[in-house]
Design a protein around this ligand. Structure first.
Ligand SMILES: Cc1cc2nc3c(=O)[nH]c(=O)nc-3n(C[C@H](O)[C@H](O)[C@H](O)COP(=O)(O)O)c2cc1C
Length: 344
């Protein structure tokens, strides 16, 4: 029994977004400062960055960069803040966040609610250098020129970011995912590279799981030499069978029902990139076994969000402990040795 299993009924009695806000407020006040020691087996180098362990916080939990160091203290090897847009934005009307308890899933149509990049700058400047903190950037809903919004995000946030994530895969900003189309993506990546300062941070690209084989090949091809890692994946607009009464809500689905699709997309991208670009796995990872399977399918790092809702704040530590045991059991001396062994 974990402390969170006692707290969980209280958290679930609250409306989804209220519970999320409460968890952020609690983290801000908690005196967490020292990260737990990491098993040396879990240390890994990806895109020129030294990660103490491969388990990251996915974007969307800490959109405004309020608690990244607290997440690192909870045992995450890296924390991704955002999505941050150039201008502050209210997002969609509420309710817009639904917990599908029977499915261990979440549906969200937040719509990039955030306080804007400018407001986040001082907060992120204050924690710079205290671990790997990625900044995920997006475009405002009413942007006339979306590429210009990404360029603004790159220029503004690059000096503060361990890495930047170009998020073109949220289903909740109309038309955003069309940036994954070949012509649009080529232009976007050119705009991003042009905006990146010399000696700027690595740039990651975050894609949707709802892609056809031809899209995957095009993204893999265009990404070579232009992005330093691909994050596979964001939430899905598909609807596998679900039991919860919220199953019909519009938005992106994440958590357990996304796992098999995200695992398959990891395999697809591993094959399409042939090891030329590091891959970061996200989608339905809730245990050390899930993390290990994603790594064996091609992921150099993994990220989690939805499982935190169901498993609580001790999850990153538990995954790391279990992952080190699985690697040792199978005779791997490092994460890198296990990356993609199932797809070779
Ligand atoms: C409530 C919520 C908000 C999210 N917001 C963002 C976001 O702002 N930017 C982004 O790139 N991904 C966002 N995501 C997607 C997650 O980062 C992740 O890719 C996805 O949820 C799959 O992982 P999971 O199954 O572990 O949750 C959000 C997910 C959830 C559940």
């Amino acid at each position: 029994m974990t402390f969170y299993s006692l707290l969980r009924p209280l958290v679930f009695a609250l409306e989804g977004e209220a519970a999320h806000r409460l968890s952020l407020a609690a983290l801000k006040r908690l005196p967490l400062s020292h990260a737990a020691p990491n098993d040396p087996l879990l240390a890994t180098r990806v895109a020129g960055l030294d990660f103490p362990n491969p388990v990251g916080l996915a974007a969307g939990y800490d959109k405004d960069g309020e608690v990244p160091t607290k997440m690192l203290a909870l045992g995450f090897g890296f924390a991704e803040v955002g999505t941050l847009t150039p201008l502050p934005q209210a997002g969609n009307p509420r309710p817009r966040l639904f917990r599908l308890v029977e499915d261990k899933a979440v549906i969200n149509r937040m719509g990039f609610n955030n306080g804007g990049q400018e407001a986040a700058v001082p907060r992120l400047a204050a924690v710079q250098g205290r671990g790997i903190i990625g900044i995920n950037i997006g475009a405002n809903k009413d942007a006339v020129d979306r590429n210009a919004d990404y360029a603004t995000g790159v220029r503004r946030m690059a000096p503060l970011a361990s890495y930047l994530t170009v998020n073109i895969s949220s289903p909740n900003t109309p038309g955003l995912r069309a940036l994954q189309d070949e012509g649009a993506l080529a232009e976007l990546l050119a705009a991003v590279r042009a905006a990146l300062p010399q000696n700027g941070p690595p740039v990651f690209l975050k894609v949707a799981p709802d892609l056809e084989p031809a899209d995957i090949d095009a993204i893999a091809r265009l990404s070579k030499g232009q992005v330093d890692a691909l994050i596979v994946s964001n939430t899905t607009i598909s609807r596998p069978p679900l039991a919860s009464r919220f199953a019909g809500e519009t938005g992106g689905l994440s958590g357990a029902p996304l796992k098999s699709l995200a695992q398959q997309r990891m395999i697809d991208f591993a094959k399409a990139t042939g090891g030329a670009i590091p891959l970061i796995g996200a989608g339905g990872i809730a245990s050390a076994q899930d993390a290990y399977a994603r790594i064996r399918a091609g992921a150099s790092l993994i990220q989690i969000y939805s499982a935190l809702v169901y498993e609580g704040p001790g999850l990153a530590r538990r995954i790391n402990t279990g992952l080190a045991a699985l690697l040792r059991r199978d005779g791997f001396a490092s994460i890198t040795d296990a990356v993609g062994v199932d797809v070779r």
